[in-house]
Design a protein around this ligand. Structure first.
Ligand SMILES: C[S@@+](CC[C@H](N)C(=O)[O-])C[C@H]1O[C@@H](n2cnc3c(N)ncnc32)[C@H](O)[C@@H]1O
Length: 431
């Protein structure tokens, strides 16, 4: 496989491409490299490759001309080369992309410097921007080295045993299991017995479980896309249940019936609906929430709620449908939002962060922010009935979640649907 590197600093690659397995792979001809320096395509006395940005601002931009000359020469020599451009705004580099690139005969990589490339280069040539992570490096050379190493080691013949590239982190969507070598006991820590048992079936099963447990603990966002068997799922379910710090338990929600807006935008109290109590209760239970509050100060509505809850949690409904009893066991009445806040504070020992939800406005908090807060403290999500939470209640909250489907013209969801979507976005299957 051939890599062409378009760089102002070819010498940058001297040492990394001359060490270890890479050196051997070059010797055996498994991979080889060529370098093109855009500075060689300049025509002025100073061999200029950059200039100030139009529109002002800091830094310099790589001139399009030397790059265009370099890329035209590259295209002529290697018409089928796949050309990547290292750029923070590019497609994220992953093991999957590495596998895809390892099937190419020729990969060319453009390494940027300064503020990057003049944007017209990308319009003129068939180039794929690629990013190695959400951070900014000084130049594309270190990013290119990431790509080269990850791709080259998947090229047949690079590693002694070809399978070793198939049994690693990300190769099957999971993190890898832990490795151990001699001595058997190191500073008091023994190697797990199973690894010395010689029983290959047990070792494989143990490794799979370690891999699943590590992914659940460290990178749960990988699990929804990972291919999982029923055995894997049963193991993860069991593991998740014993992980006490699952953040779903820190999430609480309240369905507010007062103060909410009516059609005329006046603050009013609205009546309870059986469907909202049941459906949001079932959703809260499914996502493992810490509690679901029905907020209404109206006495007869509270009595109605108590009657419904008694029926399902201790009355005839419980025997008829115990699952429903479990879900409604999570529901509590509260006269005001403050009462719900006080109840959570009493039960968890921490005052919850109160987060409003709304179909309008820009919001000031993202789902990701709520997810990180949950790791530290409880959050109470407020859902409004009627035409939404009253503005003075929203203003008293600690924040407002960005609306669901805010980019579309129509986002009139029922409160049950909005609650389900928001819970899923915050907690998904694996948080
Ligand atoms: C200082 S950076 C330019 C950053 C650019 N102004 C921006 O904010 O996106 C210079 C060069 O480093 C490379 N680079 C920096 N961070 C990168 C990343 N995370 N992934 C891929 N390339 C990166 C690119 O080639 C880029 O043109």
């Amino acid at each position: 496989m051939h890599f062409s590197l378009v760089t102002l600093f070819p010498e940058f690659f001297d040492s990394p491409l001359s060490a270890g397995l890479m050196a051997k792979a070059r010797e055996s001809g498994t991979v080889d490299f060529s370098f093109r320096n855009p500075r060689d395509a300049t025509t002025d006395r100073h061999r200029t490759v950059d200039d100030r940005p139009y529109g002002g601002g800091p830094g310099m931009v790589m001139l399009p001309e030397p790059l265009a000359v370099t890329l035209r020469a590259l295209r002529e020599d290697a018409p089928r080369a796949r050309i990547l451009m290292m750029a923070p705004r590019g497609r994220r580099f992953t093991q999957q992309l590495a596998r895809e690139l390892a099937r190419e005969e020729h990969v060319a990589i453009l390494c940027g410097r300064y503020e990057g490339f003049d944007a017209r280069v990308e319009e003129l040539f068939d180039i794929e921007p690629v990013c190695v992570g959400d951070f900014v490096l000084n130049g594309g050379e270190t990013a290119a080295l990431n790509v080269i190493e990850a791709v080259a080691r998947l090229v047949p013949g690079f590693m002694g045993k070809e399978e070793s590239g198939e049994d690693e982190s990300f190769s099957d969507g999971l993190l890898e299991y832990p490795h151990y070598t001699r001595p058997e006991v190191f500073e008091g820590l023994p190697v797990p017995d199973v690894l010395r048992s010689g029983d290959h079936g047990r070792i494989a099963a143990w490794r799979r479980e370690q891999s699943l447990a590590a992914t659940l603990r460290l990178r749960p966002e990988l699990l929804p896309e990972a291919p999982l068997t029923e055995t894997d799922m049963a193991f993860l379910r069991h593991k998740a249940a014993e992980t006490v710090e699952r953040p779903g338990r820190n999430l609480h929600c309240a369905l507010v019936h007062y103060p909410v807006l009516n059609k005329e935008k006046k603050s009013v109290a609205v009546s309870l609906t059986n469907l909202d109590i049941h459906d949001i209760g079932r959703c809260s239970c499914t996502y493992g929430l810490g509690g679901y509050y029905i907020v209404t100060p109206i006495e007869d509505q509270r009595r109605l709620l108590d009657g419904i809850l008694r029926h399902w949690t201790e009355g005839p409904g419980l025997a008829a449908n115990p699952d429903r009893g479990e879900a409604l066991g999570l529901v509590r009445g509260a006269d005001t939002v403050q009462d719900a806040v006080d109840d959570i504070t009493r039960r968890t020992g921490q005052r919850p962060l109160v987060m409003a939800t709304s179909a309008r406005g820009a919001g000031d908090t993202t789902v990701g922010q709520v997810r990180s807060i949950l790791a530290e403290r409880p959050v109470l999500l407020l859902f409004g009935t009627g035409h939404g939470l009253s503005p003075h209640l929203v203003a008293a909250c600690d924040g407002t979640l960005r609306p669901v489907r805010w980019m579309d013209g129509y986002n009139h969801l029922s409160v049950r649907t909005a609650a389900a979507i928001i819970m899923d976005r915050i907690l998904g299957d694996c948080y």
